[in-house]
Design a protein around this ligand. Structure first.
Ligand code: SF4
Length: 219
């Protein structure tokens, strides 16, 4: 399920604690022509922005830190794709620059190497995926997506060569690290092949869990 139609029913009320769903709906409430023409991209960005706002409200972190985007990138992204998100920034700490640590930098380099094109959108997706991959849950959950298949679609659209290399449908975060190891010429794998490895479920098992936006799918 993707790209839900915006509705004013769940509009954010600053006096009550907004839910993830109300934030998502508010973010998409003033779609630009770009967002209308590319609903999946608009949905992915709205999911990520929702996670950024939620984390800012819950932890006091800035949206920049939650999403790996500096103030300028956030301004451009929201202007082009989700101008209504800018109203929500009044509820949280002002966006600012937020540096990547070494691990995230390596992942960012990997994604940059395989990104589909040099467009700003692809650069933003790269930064967002790298930053959210530093969070502890399944990557699709930490991106705020509705289900894992949306992450696979994201990878296919913005990192197609990398996505095509995940022939066995490995968990995406595991796959990223495996790829990083391969490129460095070593392996963290504990067995010569996946079939005989005791870590198999860790790398390929189901990725259960609820989406932060699960209620949207029940409307
Ligand atoms: S299942 Fe084992 S061998 Fe396969 S990628 Fe995971 S750790 Fe490596």
């Amino acid at each position: 399920m993707t790209a839900l139609a915006p509705s004013r029913e769940l509009a954010v009320d600053a006096k009550t604690a907004p839910t993830a769903e109300s934030i998502y709906v508010s973010i998409l409430s003033e779609p630009t022509s770009l967002a209308t023409a590319h609903p999946f991209a608009a949905h992915v960005l709205a999911c990520a922005l929702t996670m950024g706002v939620m984390e800012s409200l819950e932890t006091g972190a800035t949206i920049s830190c939650a999403l790996g985007l500096d103030r300028r990138a956030l301004n451009q992204l929201t202007l082009q794709w989700a101008p209504a998100a800018r109203d929500l920034f009044d509820l949280v700490r002002e966006p600012q620059d937020c540096a990547r640590d070494e691990e995230e930098e390596q992942l960012h380099r990997l994604l940059t190497r395989f990104r589909a094109d040099p467009s700003p959108l692809c650069a933003w997706m790269t930064a967002i995926v790298a930053r959210r991959a530093m969070s502890p849950r399944h990557l699709w959950q930490d991106l705020g997506l509705l289900e894992r298949s949306e992450l696979t679609r994201l990878m296919n659209e913005w990192f197609p060569t990398l996505a095509a290399a995940n022939t066995d449908n490995m968990k995406w975060k595991k796959f990223f690290y495996r790829k990083l190891c391969e490129l460095e010429g070593f392996s963290l794998c504990v067995a010569p092949t996946c079939g005989e490895c005791g870590d198999f479920d860790n790398c390929f098992g189901e990725e259960h869990g609820a989406s932060a936006l699960a209620r949207l799918t029940r409307r």
